[in-house]
Write a protein that binds this ligand. Structure first.
Ligand SMILES: Cc1cc2nc3c(=O)[nH]c(=O)nc-3n(C[C@H](O)[C@H](O)[C@H](O)COP(=O)(O)OP(=O)(O)OC[C@H]3O[C@@H](n4cnc5c(N)ncnc54)[C@H](O)[C@@H]3O)c2cc1C
Ligand code: FES
Length: 280
C-alpha cells in the first residue's frame, strides 16, 4: 500500500498540525496530518524528516512516533534557533512542509534475541523512542529492555508520563538521572553515563542505541565498551547540520560519509573518528 501523501525528495508536502503538546519549557511535540488525504506515513525507527517552517527555514527532525502505528506522524522539537523556535510556536491548524522520511534507521531487528540498551540524553530521547515502541510491540522477540535517560534538570525530561508508564512495566528497566536537581528530586543525580556500569544487561549478548549530544555519546560509548560491549554493537545517531537531507549538497559530509544519506544512524566503528571533530 502506498502512503496517501505525495512525497518528493526535494519538494515539501503540506502537513497540518493536529496537536501541539508542550513537553518542557523549550520543547514541543507536534502531531501532523497530511493536508490533503490520509496521514499514513511509514518510517523506520531512527529516520528523520526535513520540516519546513514556511518563510523561515527547514531543519532535520527525527520522527518520534510509533513505527508500528504510522497513521500519526510525530516529531518532538527543542527550540534552539529560528526554525526550531518557529516549529515550537506552532498551533493546531498551522501548516508545516515535510520532506522524508530520510536516512538510515536503528537496526532494531538485529537486536532480536538480545538485550536492548537505549541510552539517551536530553532531546536525544525522541529519536530513540520509536525503538522502545518497536521492541514493546514484539516484546517476546527481545531480551531485557533497558532505557537509561538523562537530562539537565527534572524539568527538562521529555515524555515524563510515558517514562512513568514504562517504569511501571515489569519488562522494561527505566533509569533516569539529572545533572542537577533541587530539593525534592528523589531520583539519580549525575550524567547518564554513570548509569551504564550498573545497568542490568549481558554485554556479550546486547545491542546499544545511543542518542544525545556528541560528547555524551562519546562517553556513553566508552562506558559501554568498558562493560564489554563490542563497538559494532553500539549504534549512534550523528545529528550534524544538514541542508538537502538527501546526499546532494555535501553540507553534512564527514570524509566519505554523508550523515543524511549514509546515516544518521551508524555503528560506532564507522564514525568514531568523527566524534572528536567539531562540525564546520
Ligand atoms: C538527523 C537529525 C535529527 C534531528 N532530530 C532532532 C529532533 O528530533 N529534535 C530536535 O529538537 N532536534 C533535532 N535535530 C537538531 C535540529 O535539526 C537542530 O536543532 C536545528 O537544525 C537547529 O535549527 P535552528 O534554525 O532552529 O537553529 P540554528 O540557528 O541553525 O542553530 C541554533 C543552535 O543549534 C545548533 N545546531 C544546529 N543544528 C544542530 C544539530 N543538527 N544538532 C545540534 N545542534 C545544532 C547550532 O550550532 C546553534 O548553536 C536533529 C538533527 C539532525 C541532523
Ligand atoms: S545534507 Fe546535503 S548532502 Fe547531506
Amino acid at each position: 500500500m502506498e502512503p496517501a501523501y505525495a512525497s518528493s525528495a526535494l519538494l515539501p508536502s503540506l502537513f497540518r498540525v493536529t496537536r501541539a503538546r508542550r513537553e518542557t519549557s523549550d520543547s514541543v511535540t507536534l502531531e501532523l496530518a497530511a493536508r490533503d488525504g490520509d496521514t499514513w506515513f511509514p518510517f523506520r525507527a531512527g529516520q528523520f524528516n526535513m520540516l519546513y517552517a514556511f518563510g523561515i527555514g527547514e531543519v532535520p527532525i527525527s520522527i518520534s512516533g510509533d513505527p508500528t502505528a504510522p497513521e500519526t506522524l510525530v516529531h518532538t522539537i527543542r527550540a534552539v534557533g529560528s526554525v526550531t523556535r518557529a516549529l515550537c510556536d506552532m498551533k493546531k491548524g498551522d501548516i508545516v512542509g515535510v520532506r522524508g522520511p530520510f536516512g538510515s534507521s536503528w537496526p532494531v531487528e538485529h537486536a532480536q534475541g538480545r538485550d536492548v540498551v537505549v541510552v539517551a540524553g536530553g532531546i536525544g530521547l525522541p529519536p530513540v523512542r520509536p525503538i522502545l515502541y518497536e521492541v514493546l510491540a514484539h516484546r517476546s522477540l527481545y531480551g531485557r529492555l533497558i532505557l537509561l535517560y538523562g537530562s539537565r534538570t527534572p524539568e527538562d525530561l521529555v515524555f515524563p508520563k510515558e517514562l512513568e508508564r514504562w517504569r511501571a512495566r515489569l519488562d522494561v528497566d527505566v533509569q533516569v538521572t539529572v545533572d542537577t536537581a533541587a530539593r525534592g528530586w528523589r531520583g539519580n543525580v549525575g550524567f547518564v553515563t554513570t548509569l551504564v556500569p550498573r545497568a542490568p544487561f549481558s554485554p556479550e549478548n546486547a545491542v546499544a542505541f545511543v542518542c544525545g549530544p556528541e560528547l555524551m555519546m562519546r562517553f556513553a560509548a566508552t562506558e559501554l565498551q568498558r562493560r564489554g560491549l563490542a563497538p559494532r554493537d553500539i549504534h549512534i545517531s550523528m545529528e550534524r547540520n544538514m541542508k538537502c537531507g538527501v546526499g546532494l549538497c555535501g553540507h553534512c559530509q564527514c570524509g566519505p560519509l554523508f550523515m543524511c544519506k549514509d546515516g544518521p544512524v551508524f555503528a560506532l566503528p564507522a564514525v568514531q573518528r568523527f566524534l572528536t571533530i567539531r562540525e564546520l
